[in-house]
Design a protein around this ligand. Structure first.
Ligand SMILES: NC(=O)c1ccc[n+]([C@@H]2O[C@H](COP(=O)([O-])OP(=O)(O)OC[C@H]3O[C@@H](n4cnc5c(N)ncnc54)[C@H](OP(=O)(O)O)[C@@H]3O)[C@@H](O)[C@H]2O)c1
Length: 219
């Protein structure tokens, strides 16, 4: 089972914030793509923020949105824990992306029935992996067993990253450090971590644009 690797990848300011500055999207996603992950694990808040930022006008669903896309099996699955149905009526925005194999939704025993029906009607795979929130160790095992996920890359903020770190589930931390200080509006990447975690530096790379890419091994 333990050939699986979980990588947290974030762009951060010098004061550790994940927002409140202009993220170098090109560099951020170039690094993310180089990991060739089988799964991108996307927090539901991140997914909502992405839609608000890049697709404020939600397109009407079309018949094709109810079918699983037929795409290259090498593309990553985008997996979204969404136990409360925040993405009800919005998932087709992501399903349409050419760079995603399909969307898988992780839910819990508490997830509203009408959201599950909504997913079923649109042929989304979903999995119940927890009583209230998702149970992260169980969710990662499911992704490895069911979808053969060896490399799982997070695209998420302090909340889900914090749960993963607090449960000792992260193998590598990848930080694209931007030379900016956000100040009082900062939203610290590691603000939800509840214990002391020692890391070891794997590599540093200075990018021509003035950012520094740091990678750390977590255990
Ligand atoms: N700079 C960067 O690199 C970067 C990258 C990604 C995102 N962001 C920013 O990060 C912000 C969003 O981050 P966020 O931390 O607020 O939210 P998030 O991590 O995107 O979403 C929270 C996720 O954690 C899950 N969750 C909450 N409590 C949990 C628990 N106890 N156990 C298991 N799962 C749990 C939620 O699931 P439920 O929905 O089921 O509760 C949800 O999927 C946005 O502003 C986004 O733009 C920045």
């Amino acid at each position: 089972m333990k050939t699986r690797k979980v990588i947290i990848h974030n762009s951060v300011s010098l004061d550790g914030s994940i927002r409140g500055f202009d993220v170098d999207m090109q560099a951020h996603y170039a690094i993310a793509g180089n990991y060739k992950a089988d799964v991108h694990l996307i927090g539901s808040n991140t997914a909502i923020t992405g839609i608000q930022t890049f697709c404020p006008e939600i397109p009407k669903e079309e018949p094709g949105d109810f079918q699983k896309p037929q795409r290259d099996s090498q593309l990553p699955l985008w997996v979204i824990p969404d136990t409360t149905g925040k993405l009800h009526g919005l998932l087709h925005v992501y399903r349409r992306f050419d760079l995603c194999r399909d969307i898988v939704v992780l839910v819990s025993q508490k997830t509203p029935r009408d959201y599950l029906r909504h997913l079923e009607e649109r042929n989304y795979n979903y999995h119940i992996v927890g009583d209230h929130h998702i149970h992260c160790p169980q969710a990662l095992n499911l992704l490895t067993e069911t979808y053969h996920a060896q490399t799982i890359l997070t695209d998420t903020g302090p909340i889900l990253n914090g749960v993963l770190l607090n449960n000792g589930l992260v193998d590598e931390l990848s930080l694209l450090v931007h030379p900016v200080i956000v100040g009082p509006e900062k939203y610290p990447l590691l603000g939800n971590v509840t214990q002391n975690i020692t890391l070891s530096l794997l590599a540093t790379e200075k990018l021509p644009t003035g950012k520094i890419w740091l990678t750390f091994k977590c255990h």
